[in-house]
Design a protein around this ligand. Sequence first.
Ligand SMILES: [Zn+2]
Length: 492
Amino acid sequence: MAAYEDIVNLALRRSLFYPASEIYANAPAGMYDYGPFGAAIRRKIADQWRKHLVQKENFLEIDGALIMPEDVFKASGHLTNFNDPVTQCKKCNTIHRADKLLEETTKKPYKEAMPVQELTQGLREHNLKCPKCKGELMDVKQFNMMVKADVGVGQKASCYLRPESCQTIFTNWDRLVKTMRVKLPKGVSQIGKVFRNEISPRQTLIRQVEFNQSESEVFFDPQEVNTIEHWEEVKDYKLRIQKADSNKTEDITADKLVKDKLVSGKLIAYYLARTQQLFEKLGIPVQNMRFRQLDDTERAFYAKEAYDFEVQTSLGWMELAANNYRTDYDLKGHANISKKDLNHTREDGSKFIPHIWEISIGFDRAFYAILEHSYNKQKERTWLSLPPTLAPIMAGIFPLLSNKPELVKKAEEVFAELQDCYDVQYDATGSIGKRYARMDEIGVPWCITIDFDSIKNEDVTIRARDSTAQKRIKIKDLRDTLYQLITGKISL
Ligand SMILES: [Zn+2]
């Protein structure tokens, strides 16, 4: 596993990600741009999410507006509850996150959900001063993290940038039920940008103002929480669980999770299993992951039951996904404020508001954690052992020498042939060793070299990133060989 600095250095060297608007010295902190290879890797992580969670589970995927009216956030509770506790310096006016400041200086578990009085008391007891100028700190107060985005010229409509992607799903639900032949349980997903006025953005992609999130909301009848299709497929699958009252991770089967009442029903155990399986496919070793059961003091204001999916990194355990049993909190709230009837009717005529299980994934953090877990360094060689499905480019294609027209011509032919089916990149600059190194560093799994024998024999050398093993393959078989390599049917 890599150190944080290794990843940031690699990211800057190869433009995977870097500070947004970096040519301007006054650009605000907490925003990052992704360069070509970084954007490609993140897009492919999203593709795997779409394939394994959205499509295989028959969820509906929507793509909603980023700006939403104030009423949405009245209904969701964000205007009153989406707060961070802050304290301001009386001398230099800098605003600090009170809980973080306390936690970092006292090493005690101060939480954002603690009452402001308790946090103020903590500041006074430990006699904390402004870390910047040693000035006096004010009493702790709540700061709302929503980013305002009023729309219109004359009479402005009061709007906000969405702080999470799920609210669109709730406002769309009624329409989807009426037009998409929805039968419960049913998942609806959305992926995209969300915005939070983070007081102390830090650690590059880990705590940002603007970030990428996917949310899947599974709507179900609370009386049917034990009914889920394909239960047999996960029943004996072992989940990595850390119970709220424990500090160690246990392997517990989905079935036992239900029997021991660690979750409310099979539907929840099923989706916890599917979430863990997704991260396995993304290349995170299972021994480095866990679901941490949250206790009453840690759960979000809307959650009855919650498990944070965390992955071990050089920065400690990092939360990549929040899994929440939101009950009927959301639809009830939206029904109240919008005055729409969001009830469902059972076969026996009884009415209910659907309950919701939520799987909320932070894609920038997932991207970061995947980089750490795929980073390798041996002497002068650095490579990312990304699963082929996440590689920004599937193969590099090189003429051995760039000043030999016959090699260049052949290499261009091979490139044109493969470009139709795979993300391939042609590279004729520098020595072969340098070209391999460039591809290794961004996780390209295979490199194909065209040399003088290629002209005589219609074959090429293919080299594997992780083992550096090489093999000669006929040009006519390349497409099929690559397919078999990507799907893991063969290896070099
Ligand atoms: Zn100060």
